[in-house]
Design a protein around this ligand. Sequence first.
Ligand SMILES: [Zn+2]
Length: 607
Amino acid sequence: MRVKKLTAGGLAGLTLAVALFGLTGRAEASGVTTHSWMAVEAIARVQDPELRALLQANLRQVEAGAHYPDSGYGAGPPVDIPNTYGEESHWPRFSYAYVDQIRDDPDCGDLTDPAGPCAARIAHAFGAVAHGIGDEVWDWLFEPAAPDHGESYAPPGTPASTGGMELQMDMVAIQDHRRPTRPDLPVWPDHAGLLDVYATIGRTDIVEENLTDGERLMRIVRAGERIVTTNHHHEVTANQPWLSAHLVSAPGGIRFAARSIAANWDTLWGRLLGDQPATEVAVTYPAAGERDIPSTGWARASFQPGSSPDRGGAATRITAVLSSSLAYRPTVSSQLNIPTQLPPGAMTLTEAATGDPVPIRAGYPRVVPYNPEAGEHTIDIQPNDDLAPCTEYRVAVTANLIDAEAQPVSPYSWTFRTDGCTETVRRPDAWVRVVDEFGRGETLNDTGAWFGADVQTANGAGQKRATTAPAGHALTFDVNVVNDGTVAERYSVAGQPAVPGFKVQYFDEGGANISRAVKAGTYRTPRLDPGASTMVHLVITPKATAPLGAAVTRRVTVTSRRDPTAVDAVKVTVANGPLPTLGPVPTGAAAEAQVAAALPALFCNLG
Ligand SMILES: [Zn+2]
């Protein structure tokens, strides 16, 4: 079974949603699909059950709020919308004023009522908070991984740039993770109230027309993203396989952001109800107890947010995300100086065994990734030089750190260990992706993003790829078998057999049919050195006898032959049904050049 080679530019003749929806000449900002996803993922991580219920009941407004800050970015010609509320709406100066307005509004009644008169405003405000925090951790920890992995890429002929990865990863979010771009999200609740919030912080320049422009832009971008995804998803997964595979699990990715957002929401909920809890360390990189953190690579020229080719160093940062904002200038004209550098002793780095302090880089610890004047939640400390190999380090955030309420942050410390230890680790890592899932044909043989990279579960939990295919359609899944351990090994590969209604076959990397051995659990991979990998292809074909909607789930398990507890699995599910679609993607005369021209701000303007 041979995977067909990708060729670029196979799809032509897609016309622009702008024309279709009668909204010619409007722009949009994006990354918005990923932002909504982070916010939706955060809801289940909220501690307070009343807040969780309110956000769940107003989910669509949470998603709209997560689009909100980028909808206020303007764009150049041919779209003439001034940049008004975009940048401001990312930061606590705006969102805390928004929450305080709701808190002080006597018409809001019981703020905990999921159907209360102000529930939509709460959900929208919290969605906007999610966006800002998502940008902080994404720009600081996720995007610099692009140049680190040689994936500082932007699909040609799109509004994407190498400076940010939001549009690129939106394509993965939309196609592989089925993040919706339709139906339309609700409009912003209470425009007059929003304009009052801006006035409170000194932004009387923001007017009603800006908000209605932003609402239209949000709707256009969702249709525009379907077009861009249809035409360019294959380029993203081909050129950015690491980023696409780690979008959910990497530091600064979806899960990391969701945890950061949830912690901040719990704090803001307390603020809204009149009892704001102390600021805590919510999420860190490295994680507490994490191993194999690089010991080298710390002596870089600089550490920056973003994904431009000259950036990088994502794995050599020591970062803590707080559950609330640090100090900010409460209005745009406040004469308050907010230093970037943290107070002495606010964040420390020591060798864990001895307690010896590690020399710190000039300017650190500091607020990251941007200017703290409108509020930020992320802090970072950098050693002045490389770390010692196989050594445990302790990071501490102390009460010397003062939050926006002028209160000390709750002290917290954690440890991590650098790489270079010599113990034997046996760790097979199975990944799975689907090939040409949408049936777009030979010229656009689209490979899906990998699922399950760096995820180890013996039953395949958390690493499943599900889709649909009609009867007679042979659908290929690639299973990548990676030696993530420290010694060379051959692994056993076991795959579940066929079931009535579905043909299930396995092929090796060279295309040989290995179905019998894989189904019997006797198949062995070639000898794989640490870091090496091989591919097994799983092909599932729904039969004409399978009822429409019938589904099969098959698991492929990879096991160390020397240690049966070193095991990883992935799962795939195929339902008998039509090939998936993204919804209406207009086709016709005009080309995607129109998308590039009319959606020039299709990513977040930060950075
Ligand atoms: Zn943004």
